[in-house]
Design a protein. Structure first.
Length: 380
C-alpha cells in the first residue's frame, strides 16, 4: 500500500511518533511507499495555506500512485476538504480515504469543527479517540465505518530514551497538568478545570510538602514546582511514588488523552478518573487505579502509599510493559494501516468487510464483545 498522510503540524517532528511509526512500517514491508505533508502551515499574511497543501498532495498522488490517503487529526480552521477528496478520488477511484479525530468535542457546547465532519463524511474510514455521542454525531452527518483508535504514547519521546535506573523519590504524589479553563463556564472544559482545581486543593491539604504540582498557571499554590516541558513528563513522574491524573474535559465513551498513556509508560503507579469503558483499554486496579471523586482519590492514594516501594515498582513496571508492548503511536499506525489495507482488499474482490476486531484493548478483553461500543455504522 502507498500511503500519503496530511500530518497535523508545521513539521513532521510535531507528530514524530506517528511519522516514525509509518516509516517503520515502510521498512518492514507493510507499506511500499510513505510520504507525509505537514498541513499546519501559513501564508505570509498569516492565513492558512490549505490550498497549497492540497495542491502539493494531489501532485504527489499523481506522481506516486497513492492508494491510501490519511487526514490526521483533521479538525480546525481548515475549510471544506470535500473538493480536495473528490479530486483525490478522481486520480485513483480505488483510493481509501481515512480521517482521524483526536479531540472529544461536545454535544452542544464546543461542537466538532465543520472540517472534521466534512472530511469524515467523505472518507472510507474514520478513527476516533472516543466513541458514543461522537460517533453518533458523525453518523448523522453521513459518516460510515467509524472505529475507535485511542491515543497512545509517543515511542520516540517517551519509550526509546527511557532510563530504567532507579530514581530518588522526592515526593509521595505528583500531578502534572495545567490550570486551564474554558471561556464558557457551563462547558465540559470549564467544569473539568473546576474539578481539577478542587483536586489540587484536596491533595495539598492531605499530603502537604509530599505533594508536587507541575504545570502552567498554578502561581500561588504552595505545591507548585513550575511547568514541565512536554517530553519531560516521564522523568518528572518518576520523582514521585505515585502519580495522579486530572479530571478529563470529556466523559465521552473510551476517551483518554495521551497523558494517561504517557503516565503509564513512566513505570510509576497511576491513579485516574474513570470514564465509560476506559477499563477496556487498561485494566483497572492493575494498570491504573480509578477514582470517582475527591474522597475516593484520597482513599485510593493512601492505599497505594501504604504499599512497599518494591510493590509499587512492580506495579509500574508491569504497566509500562503493557503500554510499550501495544499502545505506542507505532502500534496505532500499524492497526489503522491494517484495517485500511483489508478494506481495500475486500472491495477489490467485491466483498463486504466485517467490522474489525480492534487490538487496542488490554489482554483481558474480548475485542468481539466490544464491537457494540467500539465500532459504529460499519458498512464495509
Amino acid at each position: 500500500m502507498k500511503l500519503l498522510m496530511l500530518l497535523q503540524g508545521r513539521a513532521v517532528e510535531d507528530q514524530i511518533g506517528y511519522h516514525r511509526g509509518f516509516e517503520a512500517l515502510l521498512a518492514e514491508g507493510l507499506l511500499s511507499r510513505y510520504q507525509s505533508i505537514p498541513y499546519r502551515r501559513t501564508k505570509r499574511d498569516g492565513s492558512s495555506d490549505m490550498g497549497g497543501v492540497y495542491d502539493e498532495a494531489l501532485a504527489a498522488m499523481r506522481t506516486c500512485g497513492t492508494d491510501c490517503l490519511l487526514l490526521q487529526w483533521f479538525h480546525g480552521d481548515l475549510g471544506d476538504p470535500r473538493p480536495f477528496i473528490r479530486a483525490a478520488r478522481a486520480i485513483n477511484p480505488a483510493l481509501v480515504v481515512v480521517t482521524t479525530g483526536g479531540d472529544p468535542f461536545g454535544r452542544w457546547l464546543n461542537p466538532m469543527p465543520a472540517s472534521f465532519w466534512q472530511a469524515s463524511s467523505a472518507s472510507d474510514l474514520t478513527f476516533l479517540t472516543s466513541m458514543g455521542y461522537m460517533a453518533q454525531g458523525l453518523e448523522r452527518r453521513g459518516s460510515r465505518n467509524i472505529a475507535l483508535m485511542p491515543h497512545g504514547v509517543c515511542q520516540e519521546r517517551f519509550v526509546k530514551p527511557f532510563d530504567a535506573a532507579p530514581v530518588s523519590k522526592e515526593f509521595d504524589v505528583v500531578f502534572i497538568g495545567s490550570n486551564n479553563g474554558g471561556r464558557n463556564p457551563f462547558s465540559t472544559v470549564s467544569r473539568g478545570a473546576r474539578r481539577r482545581r478542587a483536586m489540587v486543593g484536596a491533595l495539598q491539604k492531605r499530603y502537604g510538602k509530599r505533594f508536587a504540582l507541575f504545570g502552567r498557571h498554578w502561581q500561588g499554590q504552595p505545591s507548585w514546582q513550575g511547568p514541565v516541558p512536554f517530553a519531560e513528563q516521564v522523568n518528572t513522574a518518576r520523582r514521585a511514588r505515585v502519580q495522579v491524573g486530572g479530571f478529563p474535559s470529556s466523559g465521552a465513551t473510551y476517551y483518554a488523552s495521551d497523558r494517561p498513556y504517557i503516565a503509564m509508560a513512566s513505570g510509576v503507579p497511576f491513579l485516574d478518573f474513570m470514564v465509560d469503558r476506559l477499563g477496556s483499554l487498561a485494566e483497572p486496579h492493575r494498570h491504573f487505579f480509578p477514582y470517582a471523586g475527591l474522597a475516593g482519590l484520597i482513599a485510593r492514594t493512601d492505599e497505594l502509599l501504604d504499599k512497599p516501594q518494591a510493590t509499587l515498582d512492580a506495579i509500574g513496571a508491569e504497566t509500562r510493559e503493557m503500554i510499550v508492548g501495544g499502545h505506542t503511536h507505532y502500534h496505532r499506525a500499524r492497526e489503522m494501516l491494517d484495517i485500511a489495507r483489508r478494506l481495500a482488499e475486500h472491495r477489490a474482490r467485491g466483498e463486504v468487510m466485517a467490522p474489525p476486531l480492534l487490538q487496542c484493548f488490554h489482554p483481558g478483553i474480548d475485542p468481539r464483545a466490544e464491537l457494540p461500543w467500539a465500532v459504529g455504522h460499519w458498512l464495509g
